[in-house]
Design a protein around this ligand. Sequence first.
Ligand code: Q46
Ligand code: ZN
Ligand code: ZN
Length: 311
Amino acid sequence: MKCRKCGEKASIHMRQHKLALCKDHFLEWIPEQTERFIKKYRMFTRGEKILVAVSGGKDSLSLWDILVRLGYQADGLYLGLGIDGGIEYSHESQRLTEKFARENNFKLHVVDIEREYGHSIPMLAEISHRGYGKPCAVCGLAKRHEMNRIARDLGYDVLATGHNLDDEAAVLFGNALHWSSEYLLRQGPVLPESDGLARKVKPLCRFYEREMTAYALARGIEYIYDECPFAEGSQQIYYKEALNQLETARPGTKLTFYIKFLEAKQSGELFVEKETDRKNLHTCPGCGQATSAPGLCSFCRMLEKAKAEAK
Ligand code: Q46
Ligand code: ZN
Ligand code: ZN
């Protein structure tokens, strides 16, 4: 197989795009495509300040690398969750993130949940009894809350995450299986800012996971291979496996599934937002973020509970 651009030996063959490229041209192709998606979905401009949520994994570190290469003002945010799981997951992911930032001279903000609130994510999960033994519900809540808070406090215009096509297709698959219209309405490459919450974007949402792994390796980015130990056995992984089977039989299935969904949504044919969905939001008296919960938002309520238990 030869590179389509230069005729040298190809190092990656992307059957779904009917495209083979050598290493150098692949390293050019990924940022070019990212730029195309940023423009197509109107994610942000070069005048805006971007905060990239980095976890030490291949997707978020590659995203940060690509945005800076493309000339965007992108700084990183690492959230210390305090997850050990026998592999010192948080410790190792932080070490690799800090190393990456240092070597590239990128600006990184590190926020440690335990230092900030007195409890790590697994501790908060235990106190609040959410999530049936898994801290993921608490973790998701805390991550969303902290990312919004820090973006607002430090004056960033937009929050970027490294979700790839495999992630997005798996979420879409789950939402479609349950016909969760509320989630389907909110899913997409851009979630506009609203009521004090930052705009959220996913510039890698059209790249296959395999392409992002290849990018990180070709670029020589050192990242954490292990997933968070709590990800094991999750629905998300199960959906990913199901989609991988479909993809093997019909290359391009995942991409078509996701893109056709975005097109249907944009055309307004499939989903209509109900007026009532937005009206019920108010400002949380604890933290100032928009919430639909009565009184304090779910995050502040969880902290209150933790404080009460600690007494
Ligand atoms: S939610 Fe759950 Fe993830 Fe948090 S505890 Fe780990 S697996 S990191 S995306
Ligand atoms: Zn080439
Ligand atoms: Zn709050």
